[in-house]
Design a protein. Structure first.
Length: 239
């Protein structure tokens, strides 16, 4: 009965990942226990209910600002008290604010780094010691293709996601002999609330469920193997 922690679980890719684990592990003997973290309690409760309907044994909505040190460590303690040490931790929380380099305000840059990068650092610090002690576990980091390809208008977001991809690489190198697997996802344009208001057709975007399925495919492997990186792009290429 795996315990799975997902940050940014209230919508988009995070919600798809949570529901994907609920369906994947449905069944009396193997149903997942999900700890769902995000700022919006109302949205989290909707996702938790959907996960239970999909087959999760438990789905706990844990409102948390993952950029806040104390909030993250308090949430981690709440997860342990309720479920024990998690088997999977998905650092998915993110925020996309487009802006050209000359137009990005310092506070906007710091906010992008805080939400997209610092949050994952805090979540890793909170949960990795337990995984190392157990000698097993799987860390997932949802970065972006913007971590690999520079786009005009993505000064803050791209820099933050590139830092996240590097953080994930460090986690991989430092835990490979500790039994912990580390996978970084680098998705391209995905139809999430970040793209609200765009006039681009849905066909140019990947559905969040596809990103979730790619993550689950890496998790399904035996503990003797690890998918280090997964790059996903819309069929017609980047937007």
């Amino acid at each position: 009965m795996p315990t799975v922690v997902v940050t940014g679980a209230s919508q988009g890719i995070g919600r798809a990942i949570a529901e994907g684990f609920a369906r994947e592990c449905a069944g009396a003997s193997n149903a997942a226990r999900l700890a769902l973290l995000a700022r919006s309690e109302e949205k989290l409760e909707h996702v938790a209910a959907a996960c239970r309907d999909a087959g999760a044994a438990e789905a706990a909505a844990l409102p948390c600002d993952v950029t806040d040190d104390e909030a993250v460590f308090d949430a981690a303690e709440a997860v342990r008290e309720r479920f024990g040490e998690p088997a999977v931790v998905v650092s998915n929380a993110g925020r996309f604010e487009p802006g050209a380099l000359l137009n990005v305000a310092p506070e906007q840059f710091r906010r992008q780094v805080s939400v997209n990068l610092t949050s994952a650092f805090l979540v890793t610090k909170a949960f990795l010691p337990g995984m190392v002690e157990q000698g097993r576990g799987h860390l997932f980091y949802v970065a972006s293709i913007a971590a690999r390809v520079a786009y005009a208008g993505g000064a803050a977001y791209g820099a933050a996601k590139a830092g996240l991809a590097n953080l994930a690489g460090v986690a991989r190198e430092e835990t490979k002999r500790e039994g912990v697997r580390v996978t970084t996802l680098l998705p391209g344009a995905t139809r999430t609330p970040s793209w609200e208001g765009t006039d681009r057709p849905d066909e140019r975007f990947m559905p969040p469920a596809d990103v979730a399925e790619a993550l689950l495919s890496a998790w399904r492997l035996s503990e003797r193997s690890v998918v280090e990186e997964i790059v996903l792009r819309p069929q017609e290429g980047d937007i």
